[in-house]
Design a protein around this ligand. Sequence first.
Ligand code: GLY
Length: 255
Amino acid sequence: MITALTRAVSPAIGQCELTHLARQPINVALAQAQHHAYEAALHSLGAQVQQLPPTPHLPDAVFVEDTAVVLDEVAIITRPGAISRRPETASVAAALAAYRPLIHLQAPATLDGGDVLRMGRRLYIGSSGRSNQAAIEQLRAALAPYGYHVVGVPVSGCLHLKSAVTLAAPDTLLINRQWVDSHLFGPLRLVPVAEAEPYAGNGLLLGETLIYPAGYPQTAQRLAAAGIPLQLVEVTELVKAEGAVTCCSLLITGP
Ligand code: GLY
């Protein structure tokens, strides 16, 4: 059983944080419709979707991934790098407490869950504008007893590590090598994003299927040629808010 925590798109999403993108008008109704379709995709792939309480006053709260890191044994409640996003964590912690013991990162650590790429017992943490060395050290200390190895990796040119690289299959990385060094991750099969689609490195693996933005057809073709089953979703409005498909859910495995 997989539970996917999600949160409704805020009517204030147009005031979201932006780091690498210029602000563009966001069609809130379309963003909400795209988010509903994303939730339907999660459901169609077997996840039970649990909606967190809406927080209409928090523009970025739809991007629930940044507030926590859910592992098999424990969940880490992050301290998001953007101050405006810190009020998002309390309601996520309240929901996750039903599933896992919680560990709260403490100042001066800052971490966005979008910077955490898990591969088995190894957690790669992007040293981005949002996530810092103190977070890496706190995670390392907290997770060593559970057998996790925490590795910091440099990332540049994008918001989060998972803007640059995600798992497209257990043995396959979807990656923008302009933003992160592929050699850091060991000998895995690589699907590089198409040159014209730098933001195409973010897909959400659920079972054997990759939930993937419809807006990157060249990279989608590469993924399909690599034998990766895709479920395409339209996320144009969420992308304008510097979001992507992993950002919009927290996956919890198990009862
Ligand atoms: N707008 C997404 C973020 O900055 O966190």
